[in-house]
Design a protein around this ligand. Structure first.
Ligand SMILES: [Zn+2]
Length: 507
């Protein structure tokens, strides 16, 4: 089985912030989960470069747009790697392969009779890189970019006959209830389709920073139209049709809730027009809010994810972002909550279980784990938690999945308090009983480690190595988690604490 997952590509006019990182981290978790099931995964990320604001950011530094984008590629890749985000493919829209794909797709749409020339007159917000209707503006300003007045544009443009595809899209939504998720986003788009779609302008004149139309080199392709095509460029289309057919259609486009309209309406219409299959699912995640509003560079409210990861650890940051809010709803960022999660769930929960289990084994059994008891209520519940976890992950319920993984930890920690291994250790007659309890704890930890791995890869790989002496197999860790047991006789290594308690000075 193959799984193709994408994130929105980013404008590179400034450094990535926590809101951007949220999407990439959650996508990385899902990609790792799919790999753990044994699927062949392609996880695509990249940069959206043909934007006027990107060109302007370069100009400010005295750089050409391309020079600027090259510099920013390094900035973005470094940030993602520091956050343990590992895409399989990283695309930049200025690459030759993307130009080829954009021109091929545009030609197909032209051949289908879905482009026509017209005059466009109206407001354009550079912040959104989008045309605005009068009713979209508040006191003449874009609600998301109040600092910057929209420009009045009058251009001869190419238009895409989006209106022609309303009925086909409605039929597709009806036949595929999961096409756009969560339901709140789906309902928004269905309402839009009910009202009927307007044709959209898809070219820009007066700039050469972009991809020229194959049939009209005087104008470039509108940045959104250009950007959406990256998802199919990255499969090898149209040059390598066989390779492309392995990956297209995508299984999941993970995007912010503000751009589900582009992904759930415009993009599928483009594909229908070009005679290409539609993606299987589009999921609109919520925003990371801070100080009462959306965290965004335009609003001037940003938190640096790298700074947070230095203070709290990458693992805690990734864990917090996935555990704190239902995926698909907004997350109200709070450093106090991040600290509380790091200390309660990780230091006192998983970290404590790992430390005390290894500690007891080393102290009383020279680190050697006995065979897991054939019948153990604790391990039976841990195995059942694997099923719950998988059901949640398949439904993109990251928080539910983490709750199932955490349950294994909580129950194992409670098992220590209930069985009192310290009392058993004092009584030679209870040696077998003690062996069984220690094996139950070590194996609970093994399952918790496997299930937490997509969320905190480096830490869980360290734990797996200490527990089993073997590197975690990323391509089967989830598929074989149910019933997985540490081989009897394995010697556990007691490493440095996984999640030391974090004390942060107040003020
Ligand atoms: Zn705007």
């Amino acid at each position: 089985m193959r799984y193709y997952i994408t994130t929105a590509i980013d404008y590179v006019n400034s450094r990535p912030h926590l809101g951007t990182a949220y999407e990439k981290i959650t996508a990385d978790v899902l990609a790792r989960y799919q790999r753990g099931l044994g699927n062949e995964v392609r996880f695509l990320m990249g940069n959206d470069e043909h934007s006027q604001k990107v060109a302007a950011a370069g100009r400010k530094e005295g750089l050409t747009p391309l020079e600027w984008c090259e510099r920013m590629e390094g900035v973005f890749r470094e940030a993602w790697s520091a956050l343990e985000i590992e895409p399989d493919v990283f695309i930049r829209t200025s690459e030759a392969r993307h130009r080829t794909a954009v021109q091929a797709l545009a030609q197909r749409i032209k051949d289908a009779g879905d482009f026509y020339e017209g005059e466009y007159e109206g407001w354009y917000c550079v912040g959104c890189e989008a045309f605005k209707r009068e009713e979209d503006l508040k006191d003449g300003l874009c609600p998301d970019h109040a600092a910057r007045k929209p420009e009045w544009l009058k251009e001869k443009n190419w238009f895409f006959k989006l209106s022609r595809w309303s009925d086909a899209l409605k039929a597709h939504y009806a036949a595929h209830p999961d096409f756009v998720q969560p339901d709140s986003r789906r309902n928004e788009l269905l309402a839009l389709l009910e009202r009927g779609l307007d044709d959209i302008s898809v070219s820009r004149a007066g700039t050469d920073w972009g991809i020229p139309f194959p049939f009209d080199s005087r104008v470039v392709v509108y940045v959104w139209f250009d950007a959406l095509i990256n998802y199919i460029t990255a499969t090898g289309w149209p040059v390598d049709e066989a390779e492309s057919a392995k990956w297209w259609p995508a299984d999941l486009h993970l995007v912010g809730k503000d751009i589900t309209r582009f992904h759930g309406v415009v993009w599928p219409a483009m594909l229908l027009s070009a005679g290409l299959p539609l993606p299987r699912k589009i999921f609109g995640h919520g925003f990371v809010n801070s100080g009462g509003g959306r965290m965004s560079k335009d609003a001037g409210r940003v938190t640096d994810p790298l700074e947070l990861s230095r203070t709290y650890g990458v693992a805690a940051l990734r864990y917090y972002l996935c555990a704190e809010a239902v995926f698909g709803t907004d997350l109200d960022f709070s450093e106090e909550r991040l600290l509380a999660r790091a200390n309660s769930d990780l230091a006192n929960g998983l970290g404590n279980l790992a430390a005390r289990t290894a500690g007891m084994l080393v102290r009383w059994r020279e680190g050697v784990v006995a065979a897991a008891p054939a019948s153990s209520a604790l391990l039976a519940r841990a195995d059942a938690a694997v099923d719950t976890y998988r059901t949640c992950m398949d439904a993109l319920d990251l928080r539910g999945a983490l709750a199932a993984a955490t349950l294994i930890v909580t129950e194992a920690n409670a098992h220590v308090d209930r069985t009192q291994p310290f009392a058993m250790a004092k009584d030679p007659a209870r040696a077998a009983e003690l062996d069984a309890v220690l094996a139950e704890l070590s194996n609970s930890l093994l399952l918790a480690c496997r299930l937490h791995h997509p969320f905190m890869p480096a830490k869980m790989e360290q734990l797996h190595l200490e527990l089993t002496g073997l590197p975690l197999d990323r391509s089967s860790s989830i598929r074989t988690a149910r019933g997985a047991r540490i081989a009897a006789g394995t010697r556990i290594a007691k490493g440095a604490p996984l999640f030391p308690r974090i004390e942060v000075a107040k003020g």
